[in-house]
Design a protein around this ligand. Structure first.
Ligand code: EPZ
Length: 425
């Protein structure tokens, strides 16, 4: 167990390399189940969740070769599901990482059967999986719930169909998209999620021989093929990591270039940062965020599916607003319980009130360092950001949450001048 110690108040200057996206890498790894040929993924971040996913794939009989990256390069996976030796994902695996549930569609499409534990709730909300199941049922699967497991089968194979999602779900879109690649005939996904990670998954599936059109829109059409083949694909840059370090520059002040990423991935955030008084510009290698002088200006935001303001940046943005001049309203519309960072920010002197799905944040002139507790991945990063701006020392406990989704965070922040270190707790 580790904790992170931050001594706040230092301006940041320099560059931070952005890693491959966790939330793209996880479904991409699962896509290897769709073919007996190898799938090679590059620019893969070295994260606890990626290691969990590799374990899950080994459990299904997938050959996993991992070459870690070095000096800012991402790692490389060669995944080969030549023979599937299992189609069951146990509770112990799925409860540790919800993304394990993405295996349901590909297993069903390839093997005609799958048994995957229901994930249950998590720190940010109930997070049901009904949309995943309805989509697979629409493709002809029978689905039973047996002792906490989803038992799905399609012995004759999946059949293309129209799947209209009643609300936008990233994971259900990904599950259905993967399953539809091997279904017989045409599948049309309506009200599909438009997150860049779905586009990335779709591009990889196309490289594997899938026939997909409409990526990036809310109507995706898939014409099923008999089999997929070997491919190589580079994971797209992590937009949530990009946004988190963009906010780091804005909260601490200074100037930071984020390399290996693209500003357009976080358009909704950069609009807010500019209103708040930060300067954001594209560079040849990525983007640059700077803030000098005055306190950030308050600006309100509602989370929304892409291209809206991402829920995965809500906690980090709230840390910035906690230091702003004025009052902002931050509304969480995606998850019902994603304000777990608020009591911790209050411990650092923030002034935040929660009214239903909205946090009313009145900025304070200075946060104060304090011991705080991380509750989930993005909440943890918001506490680190608050620590960068706070006077004195902040200790963030339960750092394992951070390690699930941020590659070498303290090292990346140290290289731009932050005083931050990892200690045993
Ligand atoms: C993905 O989760 C991400 N995870 C999350 O990132 C992210 O917060 C979320 O999308 C929203 O952008 C991965 O990509 C691995 P959803 P996912 O299905 O797919 C409800 C992080 O910190 N819903 O789009 O699980 C659901 O409860 C994580 O990296 C149903 O009701 O999210 C939520 O309210 C956390 N029924 C909303 O839809 C379903 O069957 C959106 O969830 C599925 C979802």
């Amino acid at each position: 167990m580790y904790k992170i110690r931050i001594r706040g108040g230092l301006r940041l200057k320099g560059e931070i390399p952005i890693s491959g996206a966790k939330n793209a890498a996880l479904p991409l790894m699962v896509a290897s189940l769709l073919t007996d040929a190898p799938l090679t993924l590059t620019n893969v971040p070295n994260l606890a969740d990626v290691a969990f996913m590799a374990d899950l794939l080994r459990h299904f009989g997938v050959g996993v070769e991992w070459t870690p990256g070095h000096a800012g390069d991402g790692g490389r996976f060669r995944l080969c599901a030549r023979d599937l030796t299992g189609t069951t994902a146990d509770y112990d695996i799925v409860r540790k990482m919800r993304a394990s549930f993405f295996a349901l569609g590909p297993l069903l499409a390839r093997a005609g059967t799958a048994k995957v534990s229901l994930p249950g709730g998590c720190a940010i909300g109930a997070r049901p999986v009904d949309l995943h199941l309805k989509a697979l049922q629409a493709l002809g699967a029978t689905v039973d719930l047996v002792e906490g497991y989803v038992v799905a089968s399609a012995p004759e194979g999946l059949k293309g169909a129209e799947v209209a999602f009643p609300s936008v779900s990233v994971g259900a879109t990904e599950n259905a998209l993967m399953a539809a690649t091997l279904a017989e005939g045409r599948t049309i996904l309506l009200n599909a999620a438009r997150e860049p990670e779905i586009d990335d998954l779709g591009r990889c599936l196309i490289a594997m021989g899938a026939e997909i059109t409409g990526l990036g829109s809310s109507k995706i059409t898939v014409d099923g093929v008999k089999s997929l083949h070997a491919a190589e694909h580079a994971v797209l840059p992590d937009r949530i990591e990009t946004g988190t370090y963009a906010i780091a520059a804005a909260i601490a002040g200074g100037e930071v270039e984020l390399t290996g990423t693209r500003g357009e991935l976080i358009g909704a955030l950069t609009g807010l940062l500019e209103i708040a008084g930060a300067e954001v510009r594209e560079t040849e290698r990525g983007m640059c965020v700077a803030r000098n002088g005055a306190r950030p200006i308050s600006v309100s935001a509602d989370t929304a599916p892409y291209p809206g303001f991402p829920t995965d940046l809500q906690a980090q943005f709230m840390a910035l607003m906690a230091t702003s001049d004025g009052t902002s309203r931050i509304r969480e519309t995606i998850f019902e319980n994603r304000f777990m960072h608020v009591p911790e920010l209050l411990r650092m002197g923030a002034d935040i009130k929660i009214e239903g799905d909205t946090a009313i944040v009145t900025g304070v002139a200075g946060l104060k360092g304090a011991p705080v507790m991380a509750t989930d991945l993005r909440a943890s990063s918001s506490l680190v950001l608050a620590g960068l701006a706070a006077e004195g020392e902040t200790i963030v406990n339960r750092v394992y949450h951070l390690d699930r989704g941020f590659e070498r965070m303290e090292e990346k922040l140290r290289r731009v001048g932050a005083e931050i270190e990892r200690l045993p707790s």
